[in-house]
Structure formats: structure tokens, C-alpha cells
Design a protein around this ligand. Structure first.
Ligand SMILES: [Zn+2]
Length: 203
């Protein structure tokens, strides 16, 4: 995604105006375009917890600034620094934090390097290299399990408290206990897992 000349002009004017740049009303259409771009690119899910934006959950889409816009103004409109996330991950957990950066003092120079981020970067890392995300649909319920595979997966799991999402899904799943789910998952043939993934994409 690149901004058109007109969009760049609008962004430049908003920055020149100062104040609460991100919430400048002239940027509304541009922000919608950014959301659409990342919704298409990510199949419409939160870049950190993988929950899909559908139904009422669509209302919860935030444009995520990996490097927080409050601390890194120059990256506010850099596409490589943006993605979409849910309000839980963005506003309740990540907020203005920068402790996921390997070296704050050099990040301006190294902002495009995956190895400068402890967690799975939405744009520079392939999520599933670092974490398995198993989803089973049982009737109307979805059961979710995250399995970190590498250090970034483990960091992401802890940072974004993904265990809460697993637990919530379990709580919501009537008639299915966590142990039952784990057993089901372990016994699931690999082709069925792939079918599940495919089904999810079609939803
Ligand atoms: Zn999320």
C-alpha cells in the first residue's frame, strides 16, 4: 500500500496543523483505507491475538501502531509500522509500551528489522513460524489454542496474555472442558487441521 499524492498532501497538512494529528477529521478516509488494506491482507483478524473481525467484533478494529504513535511520531503513517488489532490487544495491553523493543536507543535506525522486536512483528514476521494457532469449531463455539514454537512466540503469548483468550473460549464453550479440547486437538489428524483452517477462511 502506498499513499496517493492527495493522501500525502492531506497527511502533511494534518501534521502541519499539529495537535491531535491522528484524530484529525481530515484523515478519516485515509484511516478507513488503511483498515481495509490490512483487513484484506490479514484475512481480517487482530495481528496479535488472531481473533477475527466479524459480526459485532468488527466495531473493535483499531489501526495498530507497532511503534506507538505517541512516542514515534515519524512512523505514524509509515505502512510498515501499521496493522490492525483489537482493542484488547491495542488499548488494554500494549498501549504506549515499548518494552518489547530490543534496543530503544537504536530503534529509529533499525525500525524495519524483525530482530529488534521481542514479539512477533505483524509485518516483518510470519506468525506461524513462531506460534501455532489451533482453532476447532464445535457447533457454534470456537476453541482456541496457542502453542509457542520459538522465543518470539513465547514472548507474544505472555505479552498479549493469550492464555486469557484460550480460557475465555473454553468458558464460552458449553459442554466442552479444556482437557477434552486438548485431547481432541492432539488426536486430530493433520489433514483435518488443515480443513479447519480452510473452513475458517471461508467464514
Ligand atoms: Zn487482539
Amino acid at each position: 500500500m502506498t499513499f496517493t499524492d492527495l493522501e500525502v498532501a492531506v497527511i502533511t497538512a494534518a501534521i502541519a496543523k499539529g495537535g491531535d494529528v491522528w484524530n484529525d477529521e481530515t484523515l478519516y478516509d485515509i484511516k478507513q483505507n488503511i483498515k481495509t488494506f490490512y483487513r484484506n491482507g490479514t484475512d481480517g483478524h487482530c495481528c496479535y491475538c488472531r481473533r477475527r473481525f466479524k459480526g459485532e467484533f468488527k466495531m473493535d478494529i483499531d489501526i495498530e501502531h507497532v511503534l506507538p504513535k505517541s512516542k514515534f511520531i515519524d512512523f505514524m503513517f509509515e505502512i510498515f509500522n501499521l496493522n490492525i488489532s483489537c482493542k484488547r490487544c491495542n488499548m488494554m495491553i500494549k498501549k504506549e509500551r515499548i518494552d518489547f523493543l530490543v534496543d530503544v536507543s537504536t530503534i529509529l535506525l533499525n525500525a524495519k528489522r524483525s530482530d529488534q522486536y521481542y514479539f512477533i512483528h505483524p509485518n516483518f514476521d510470519y506468525y506461524f513460524d513462531h506460534m501455532d494457532h489451533d482453532v476447532i469449531i464445535k457447533n457454534e463455539q470456537e476453541l482456541v489454542k496457542f502453542t509457542p514454537k520459538k522465543a518470539k512466540g513465547k514472548y507474544t503469548y505472555d505479552f498479549f496474555k493469550l492464555t486469557e483468550i484460550e480460557v475465555n473460549m473454553f468458558d464460552n464453550a458449553q459442554g466442552i472442558k479444556a482437557d477434552e479440547f486438548k485431547n481432541t486437538l492432539l488426536n486430530l489428524p493433520i489433514d483435518l487441521q488443515q480443513d479447519t483452517e480452510r473452513l475458517l477462511k471461508e467464514l
